[in-house]
Design a protein around this ligand. Sequence first.
Ligand code: ADP
Length: 545
Amino acid sequence: MLGLMQSQGLMISSILTHAARHHGAAEVVSRTHENTTHRYTWAGVERRSRRLVKVLLAHGVERQDRVGTLAWNGYRHLEVYYASSGMEAIVHTINPRLHPDDIAYIINHAADKILFVDLSFAPLISLIAARIADTVKTVVMLTDTANMPEVTLAPGMTLACYEQLMDAADEDYVWPRFDENTAASLCYTSGTTGRPKGVLYSHRSTWLHAYAVSMPDVLDIRATSRILPVVPMFHVNAWGTPYATALAGAALILPGRHLDGASMAGLLNAERVTFTSGVPTVWLGLLQHLRSSGQRLETVTRIMTGGSAAPPLLIEAFRDEYGIRFEQGWGMTELSPVGTFNAPKPAQAGLTRDEAARHMLKQGRILPGLDMKIVDGDGRELPWDGVAFGDLKVRGPWVASAYFGEEPGAALDKDGWFATGDVATIDPDGFMEITDRSKDVIKSGGEWISSITLENLAVSHPDVMEAAVIAAAHPKWDERPLLLVVPLPGHTVDPASVLALLEGKVAKWWLPDEVVVVDELPHTATGKLLKTSLRTRYKDHYLKA
Ligand code: ADP
């Protein structure tokens, strides 16, 4: 027998209509390309999104067509999000930091019919126009007529101005209802190896993820919160904040393109932001600015970090110098993206300050709705003792089942688990800690060494800004760890002192055979260490020695 409850599909448009109807006056604030501040409300977002649907319809966008965006976090980008998904098309956010070849590939692979582009990316569009001309018919610049840039398109493509199109449209539109499993948005993983792959989110997965991240032990989003996602809307939907803030009726502050420490501190204070989210490099920049300028953050109480391991320095510096909780989450494009969050259980109540800081290095507990496990090389589940580490697998309603263009289930094992490509431990309280990417773990004499553990220790050295540990081939042990460090500006690093700092903190055989000081380390388009290129460069380091 079925339950006798209304079954109302989870539509992304109803997130927006909820915000407009029940939190109509809540603010959406954007820092624009010209560095001015644009303010309106969730009611305004809903009205303008309806107007934008009329623009999309006028340009021949049909159900399930892909609508591409190349844009910073801003209100027009937000309107493209809601209008495209709401009318049953698919918003495809493109990461502008990828190589232009990859961007052209992604646009063609996704078959984007129309592109919405921020002024910063006008030169990029001119560069790739000829390569995307068979796919993209219209390029709409996200600006007004006064600021239209020069863009060279290929024959057959049309250039348009967002505000001009909006002025010519009306708002006479009723949001449709359809199956909640319908595709709503598309995001490609940055593909550190091989071609980028598309993850296709549904209305249902987006709703459930937005609910889960809003919970008190995750982002704790309230109507009184003022939330600034530094994490870009062009990659994994800014960790779901554009949806979760609307559900709660929170104020949403969109920072545009200036993400340096000084701009961030200014905006966080000016807009009385209470919570902000982003990757560690952004927080390093912010911390450096705060320390050198003496400026304080007046209203921020919590910072969420994710995307790569949280450096211990940041956890302690924000807590001890600024009284701000620096909290870590873990996830990936295939998980919408948030999978775990580190919020304490009663068992953590008695931790000393040092123990608490150490505990915050863990990536955290699984969000309710998902499940996780760690397995050994033969697929056998490993114990949750905080010591055994193995391949991390997850499953749940906001985990990808296949990549765009594949059959459903193609990315899963026979029991429905998705292999994350991360290697992790899980402690008895259910806190997961990433010890490596599967492809980065160092296999020395048949035993595994965690590169991330060594990197975390190395960056606690007073002269080290960034560190990378990679596997270098070794005649006796197959692989041995090699540690590369970048000095802090104005500092020099004594390699022996880095090794001395590691000694006693890890097993002796984990200690890198050598520390190499370098000027900089390569990064991916999403700010992660690009270890593939380091491995190519240094794999024979110990063989040559
Ligand atoms: P990309 O940006 O490269 O397309 P994702 O954003 O999907 O890929 O990156 C997901 C990966 O980032 C995870 O599998 C994990 O390796 C890493 N990652 C994410 N969050 C954390 C974290 N808090 N600590 C350590 N690694 C993390």
